[in-house]
Design a protein around this ligand. Structure first.
Ligand code: NAP
Length: 465
């Protein structure tokens, strides 16, 4: 028998997580010039991860990444195993037994915590919950957000915060033609929100928005962006940051914010107020959120190393709803090392390492679970390619015997009553969603229950794995 990667001994690889980094890892393997079987294992019956459940519904262009993933899914030797949870339906050890290598591309689905009193009061939520809810994620379908609150605070100034602000600021009519989940559109149509406060712990020069996303917040039909001109007076270190050539995004952000500061409010029914140099100190309320108390900060440190230091001065916003949008964090997978401080699987060159920093044979990671939640969708392509390069370099050290891949996993799943969803099953779900959206003028009406998705295709036949 030949070495893995040959016609008579195909390299069997399980990729865990079907978001962008999972598809890019699959592509790198399937186009590497060897014979490779890739099984993309996904917890939900629907693939595409954050592109389907994270990208805002009013940003359809970003979802065009799916067209690339559809092409990857059509490559020979690609298979989807949807509706399968690694660590529950199949263990990492079982995957190692049936595959030559396992690549974790499971993203960062939890949130960082603020660590302030009152963080868990009713009315205080993570942005992740809200984003997953309006995008129709089945696990968030039944969340409730009190949109009868007139004042909302959004903590954090990155692009997720921008998405949350936009969805809160837009009217239902502006969202109606998108793929927003029906339950969310109904709730947002009854929203009484009129004031959104978006809060940054550092200054305008350190906000993490990208230019397009920030600019868009000033172009909303029903919401006026407001910035106190005084908040745009920068310290010397921040001015030095903006002068650095490579920091053009921040320089442009400050320019955009200056434009917002120069505008009159106009007659718009909603307003979006930017706060800088303020950190949440506590959330208070009798049984539910009523007030956000913030402490004012000053910046300390050299250019590009400035951190927020509390001044002791406080101010508050009376608000009934708050979203913490301060970055994602990965969640551990049973049987795989985890760096809880960074919220990632520890790796070196894409190879998963143990506590002593030694590579664990045949385990790899790519994407946000490897490097943390940064970058745009396309950033994950290079990242996945780099991890797969390490995997292919390790080929001589991998077990040289043949592995069964999905044929080995299928009986385990069957015995456990798990019905894997193949790519053609997903295509049936996809077609039904598109058909459901058509009469409403929407690109699709997503199914928000796993059972609804599974009912879209024949249950009697097990899929050909
Ligand atoms: P992010 O860009 O890292 O922004 C996180 C924000 O939270 C920052 O303003 C950060 O401030 C703040 N923060 C962190 N800890 C805090 C604390 N303890 N108290 C107060 N504020 C705190 O993260 P994200 O918005 O979650 O986005 C994740 C990634 O997805 C980014 O790369 C983003 O560009 C991308 N994304 C892109 C799009 C798009 O292209 N349209 C849409 C959504 C997301 P500091 O700077 O002070 O840490």
């Amino acid at each position: 028998m030949h070495a893995p990667g040959s016609e008579d001994n195909p390299l069997q690889v399980a990729v865990v997580g079907s978001g962008p980094s999972g598809f890019y890892a699959a592509e790198a393997l399937l186009k590497c010039g060897r014979t490779v079987d890739v099984d993309l294992i996904e917890r939900l019956p629907a693939p595409f991860g954050l592109v389907r459940y994270g990208v805002a519904p009013d940003h359809p262009k970003l979802k065009e990444a799916i067209l690339t993933y559809e092409m990857i899914a059509r490559l020979p030797r690609f298979a989807l195993l949807g509706n399968v949870t690694v660590g529950r339906d199949v263990s990492v050890d079982e995957l190692r037994a049936h595959y030559h290598a396992v690549v974790f591309t499971c993203g960062a689905e939890a949130d960082r915590r603020l660590g302030v009193p009152g963080e868990d009061l009713p009315g205080s939520h993570t942005a992740t919950e809200f984003v997953a809810w309006y995008n129709g994620h089945p696990e968030y379908r039944d969340r409730h957000f009190d949109l009868s609150a007139e004042v909302v605070a959004v903590v954090g100034q990155g692009n997720v915060a921008a998405d949350v602000c936009r969805i809160l600021a837009k009217s239902a009519d502006e969202l109606r033609g998108t793929d927003i989940a029906e339950h969310a559109l109904d709730a947002l149509a009854a929203s009484r929100v009129r004031e959104i406060h978006v809060i940054g712990r550092r200054g305008p020069a350190q906000a993490k928005f990208t230019n397009k996303e920030l600019k868009e917040l000033g172009e909303l039909a029903n919401c006026a962006a407001q910035v106190d001109p005084g908040a745009l007076e920068l310290n010397a270190e921040s001015r030095a940051e903006l002068e650095a050539k490579a920091n053009f995004v921040s320089a442009k952000n400050v320019e955009i914010l200056r434009d917002f500061a120069s505008r009159a409010r106009g007659g718009k029914p909603r307003r979006l107020v930017f706060h800088f140099l303020k950190s949440p100190a506590k959330l208070t309320g009798a049984g539910r959120l009523q007030e956000l108390v913030m402490v004012r900060n000053r910046l300390e440190g050299a250019p590009f190393e400035q951190v927020a230091r509390e001044t002791g001065q406080t101010e508050s916003v009376a608000c009934g709803l708050l979203f913490r949008s301060i970055g994602y964090s990965g969640v551990p997978v049973a049987g795989v090392p985890f760096d809880a401080k960074r919220g990632v699987i520890p790796t070196r060159d894409g190879r998963i390492v143990d506590a002593a920093g030694a590579p664990i044979p045949r385990l790899y990671a790519a994407g946000w679970i490897k490097r943390g939640p940064t970058g745009i969708i396309g950033t994950n392509r290079a990242d996945s390619v780099a991890s797969i390069k390490s995997l292919l370099a390790d080929l001589p050290a991998l077990p040289q015997d043949s592995r069964m891949g999905s044929k080995g996993v299928a009986p385990l799943l069957e015995a456990r009553g798990v019905r894997p969803v193949s790519y053609s099953d997903w295509s049936a779900i996809d077609a039904e969603e598109v058909a459901r959206g058509r009469p409403k003028g929407k690109p699709r009406e997503k199914f928000t229950r796993v059972e609804q998705m599974l009912a879209c295709f024949e249950r009697v036949d097990q899929p050909a794995l």
